[in-house]
Design a protein around this ligand. Structure first.
Ligand code: HPA
Length: 236
């Protein structure tokens, strides 16, 4: 099952750990590795989608960029699971908050990911499958966040194919169904993980408040990111 390389990942002999953090931005993957890992080795440079393996508090862990959108995270997560034996895939990213009680920098942990994408159609299910995260990882992440005194929201998010939407009412329809936040990847990740019998989770920092139109600055995003990363690393 372990392959030496795939069309998008060429580790050149460097191991990929069973637990991987998956930010969208490859430079954020580099930042996470350089800030938190010991014994860092780069395992991917194909298309500049940087991936690194190291240790965190003595435990092996990897981090790799996924790019934006369900097609991109789905192909990388598929290869990580099916060709490199990855078992715990933890997306870390930013999201737009869709409920009024949410503030910038709050942490969102996805229990499920609804979607407007057609990605799930390929599984040919005779109905609508609920894309859920791993309860084992979810329960651990929530406990770690609570121990740190971190404000969190746990629930259903929206993985949308659309960033600049043509329909101004689309998001409010999702809001009425209790969707906490919007991002663009998790439903594809959760589907790939479920189909392969491995564990996936997604943890976010609120970078935009869609109800109140509040937004973080690029500098603020960098620092706000750390609470979420540290929760994810504790899962390794
Ligand atoms: N939409 C989609 N993805 C996002 C957003 C958003 O408003 N904010 C952060 N990621």
């Amino acid at each position: 099952m372990i392959t030496t390389s795939t069309p998008h990942i060429d580790p050149k002999g460097v191991d990929i750990a069973e637990t991987i953090l998956l930010p969208g931005d490859p430079l954020r993957a580099k930042f996470i590795a350089e800030t938190y890992f010991d014994d860092i080795r780069c395992f991917n440079e194909v298309r500049n989608m940087l991936g690194f393996t190291g240790t965190y508090r003595g435990r092996p862990v990897s981090v790799m960029g996924t790019g934006m959108g369900i097609p991109s995270i789905s192909l990388y997560s598929y290869e990580l699971i099916h060709h490199f034996g990855v078992k715990n895939l933890i997306r870390v990213g930013t999201c737009g908050a869709m409920q009024e009680n949410m503030e910038l920098y709050d942490v969102v942990i996805a229990q499920g990911a609804s979607t407007d994408s057609n990605y799930l159609d390929q599984f040919n299910l005779p109905g609508h499958w609920a894309a859920l995260s791993s309860y084992r990882l979810l329960e651990q992440a929530k406990r770690i966040a609570d121990e740190r005194g971190q404000r969190t929201h746990v629930g259903n998010i929206l993985s949308s194919d659309v960033f600049y939407g043509a329909d101004p009412d689309a998001l409010s329809t999702w809001m009425r169904m209790g969707i906490l936040a919007v991002e663009m990847e998790s439903a594809g990740l959760f589907a790939n993980a479920a189909a392969a019998g491995v564990d996936a989770l997604a943890i976010f920092t609120v970078s935009d408040q869609i109800v109140t139109s509040a937004q973080t600055t690029p500098e603020e995003r960098q620092t706000a990111f750390t609470a979420m990363i540290e929760i994810a690393l504790e899962l390794a």
